[in-house]
Ligand binder design. Structure first.
Ligand code: UDP
Length: 238
């Protein structure tokens, strides 16, 4: 199914994607492959904002489950997303793509703070802007960070690159008969608790009419295929 022509997108990658074939952490070779996908999308003329999760390093919920204070654990998770952002920045710049990292937790030795107008300018100049540290507050996820940045940067769509090729009516891992939606509306996703992004992120996209395009980033070349309209994906929209 052909996608509308987007001018500016926000690409959200879960931290797990950066593990490549590893069980934990960052696989630099795989990050370079991902950076290549981002470069191809950018070379096609798109303005690109990126948000990367931190689940390959640390998730607050996992820390809390083992007795940590949730907020403290969430701050560790946010710092993990900064590491991933720096890894992606490194890989993109090695491919000649200019980038800036903006973090919701200020750390001026390594990156810029989030400043919307400055991010606008970076995009105008052809830079990829990587937003790190989610929304900068515990009890949120990088999905919410992605929805927030997509809204404030007025992105035409939020593309969520994950390990599955779309949204299913039930879990395809446990139900072989599960059906993938081509399109589905926000309220069906929320009411059915379908696995797309967390509810607050979906609601923010709904309220700001930002389509969410869910696709698999695991297969090489898939981002370009999805953007060109011959990939497999689910679009969550009105
Ligand atoms: N996190 C947070 N606030 C945010 C974004 C992230 O507290 O605005 C923390 C939270 O602990 C989360 C972790 O950072 O578990 C890593 O982010 P996420 O789980 O969204 O990563 P992903 O699943 O996309 O890899």
């Amino acid at each position: 199914m052909a996608l509308p022509t987007y001018k500016r997108i926000l690409l959200k990658l879960s931290g797990e994607v950066l593990m490549g074939r590893q069980q934990f952490g960052i696989d630099p070779e795989f990050v370079t492959e991902l950076a290549g996908e981002v470069k191809s999308a950018k070379d096609s003329g798109l303005e690109i904002c990126l948000v990367i999760g931190g689940g390959n390093i640390f998730r607050g919920m996992a820390g809390a489950a083992k007795g940590m204070d949730r907020a403290q654990a969430d701050y560790m998770g946010m710092l993990a997303t900064v590491m991933n952002a720096l890894a992606m920045q490194n890989a993109l710049e090695q491919l000649g793509v200019p980038t800036r990292v903006q973090s919701a937790i200020e750390m001026d030795k390594v990156c810029e703070p989030v400043i919307r107008r400055r991010a606008e300018r970076h995009l105008e100049k052809g830079r990829v802007v990587i937003f790190a540290a989610g929304v900068g507050a515990p009890y949120f996820t990088t999905d919410s960070g992605a929805a927030l940045r997509a809204a404030e940067m007025r992105c035409d769509a939020l593309l969520k690159g994950t390990s599955v090729d779309g949204v299913y009516d039930s879990d395809p891992k446990t139900n072989p008969g599960a059906k993938r939606y081509d399109t589905v509306d926000y309220d069906t996703v929320l009411a059915g608790n379908l696995k797309v992004m967390d509810a607050s992120a979906v609601a923010l996209c709904r309220d700001n009419r930002i389509p969410i395009v869910v696709f698999s980033i695991r297969e090489q070349g898939n981002l370009a295929r999805v953007l060109a309209g011959h990939g497999t994906q689910t679009i969550v929209q009105e």
